[in-house]
Design a protein around this ligand. Structure first.
Ligand SMILES: C[S@@+](CC[C@H](N)C(=O)[O-])C[C@H]1O[C@@H](n2cnc3c(N)ncnc32)[C@H](O)[C@@H]1O
Length: 318
């Protein structure tokens, strides 16, 4: 497979490591038309993005040895779903759905759909430039700067990679995952088990659109690719702020101009995302923008293409 792939794709040898090469080779073998996209996605990745790429590909391989057929199928399903929603978005200027009830019935409560979606997100963590870069912001700018013995909560942990990275951080004291979808949470728990997470994670079904009922307080909260799924993300952020300790930090990752079947809240600029976090009462530590594969930030802004916006906020101590 490796020599076949190298012969077909001259850029294959520049991929950062064996796990990335195996995943790219398998995607290429089952979906060769996607090759040019993958090639573009690897152009211009920084050294830390390349290191993260291989780390993620290794984790994905541990979850799905041999990059199972269902992983590749889920990835293709997700890319084709996004392309279809992109056409609708370009035509109407809006996301197709706008209410939680619609996408809850259509996506979150559908076992097969959720499974395909999570497989797709796993593969895209390696293959979509903006997704890999967001992981770098998460580990280097967020987790690494948390205080010792931090108590960590992630809402919508899905595929479980972000939660696993927190669980494996020796400075993290406790790990909690919260999701409205029991199906999605079951996938998170399976992932943590397969990856051999050394810290137990408490996984709870819950809705951040409603006030949260926790007796403990969190120092570290993650909301990655969730705000665009909510009718009222500002209220959800305020609910989260209510369960955070003074000085606690939040990592919010929201893609702007990013149509998908279950995205109901449209953000058009990175500044709108920063404003959202600020308006919920957080002090802004920093924000960074990762444009979609094939775009610079300037071109993504000009053409209204997707940009993953990672904002780190902090609860004041006053
Ligand atoms: C696209 S996945 C995010 C996966 C992962 N965090 C990532 O960054 O790729 C969105 C998750 O948010 C969950 N979710 C959506 N609305 C929610 C709500 N109101 N409360 C809690 N979880 C919610 C969904 O069930 C799903 O698991």
């Amino acid at each position: 497979m490796t020599s076949d792939a190298a012969a077909l794709m001259p850029w294959y040898d520049s991929l950062p490591g064996p796990a990335t090469k195996r995943l790219v080779g398998l995607v290429e073998a089952s979906w060769p038309e996607h090759g040019p996209y993958v090639e573009r996605s690897f152009q211009g990745r920084s050294a830390s993005e390349l290191a993260m790429t291989e780390q993620l590909a290794t984790l994905v391989e541990r979850l799905h040895p041999g990059a199972s057929a269902e992983l590749i199928r889920g990835y293709r399903w997700m890319c084709e779903m996004v392309r279809e929603e992109e056409l609708e978005f370009r035509r109407s200027g809006r996301y197709r759905y706008s209410s939680f009830a619609e996408v809850n019935a259509l996506v979150y409560q559908q076992r097969d759909c959720m499974a395909d979606y999570m497989f797709g997100l796993l593969a895209s963590s390696v293959l979509w430039a903006n997704h890999t870069r967001s992981f770098v912001s998460y580990t280097e700018r967020f987790l690494a700067q948390n205080t010792d013995r931090y108590r960590h909560l992630e809402v919508g942990p899905g595929h479980g990679l972000l939660l696993y990275m927190a669980a494996e951080d020796s400075r993290c004291a406790s790990v909690t995952g919260l999701d409205i979808s029991g199906e999605s949470l079951a996938q998170t728990e399976r992932a943590l088990g397969r990856l051999g997470a050394t810290k137990p994670a408490r996984c709870l079904v819950g809705d951040i659109a409603r006030p949260l009922d926790f007796t403990d307080r969190f120092d570290s909260v993650v909301l990655s690719e969730v705000c665009e799924h909510l009718e009222a993300p500002g209220a959800a952020l305020a609910n989260l702020r209510g369960v955070m300790a003074p000085g606690g930090r939040i990592f919010v990752n929201v893609p702007v101009n990013s149509p998908a079947i279950d995205h109901i809240c449209l953000f058009r600029t990175p500044e709108e995302v920063v404003e959202l976090v600020q308006s919920a009462g957080f002090e802004i530590e920093e924000s960074s923008n990762a444009p979609a594969t094939g775009y610079t930030e300037a071109r993504a802004r000009k053409f209204g293409a997707a940009i993953s916006v990672c904002v780190i906020g902090r609860v004041g101590r006053g």
